[in-house]
Design a protein. Structure first.
Length: 122
């Protein structure tokens, strides 16, 4: 089955501190989804996005309640964006939820090598 890159971007809120208690409202989320077709990837991407938002805000007082489809991303088609995304972002199949590693962090989308380099430069 092919892989599709599902992406969501939320901007123009506030950045926050990148901590569990103050993740901010500006964020992006991308995930590679193995799916039989683009529509299946889009549908499952909505469910994965809802799970990501819940994980991102789970440490806030109010938490996050979101229904799949309440906010929507897209299946990336731009060849340049797809090329840059190779080797980055979590992967899953339709029916699976990725394990979100610190979804509130600004550097969450970095590869492990890039994360190590970012930590070394601090």
């Amino acid at each position: 089955m092919p892989d599709y890159l599902y992406t969501y971007l939320n901007l123009f809120g506030y950045i926050g501190r990148g901590t569990p208690e103050d993740p901010g409202t500006d964020f992006g989320m991308s995930v590679w989804i193995e799916a039989p077709d683009e529509q299946a990837a889009l549908g499952w991407g909505r469910r994965v996005l809802a799970d990501y938002v819940i994980a991102r805000y789970r440490h806030e007082d109010e938490g996050a309640v979101i229904e799949p489809g309440a906010i929507e991303g897209w299946v990336e088609k731009d060849e340049g964006a797809l090329k840059r995304a190779e080797g980055r972002y979590p992967r899953c199949r339709v029916g699976e939820i990725p394990n979100w590693q610190s979804p509130w962090r600004h550097d969450n989308a970095l590869t492990p090598t890039e994360q190590a380099q970012a930590e070394d430069s601090r």
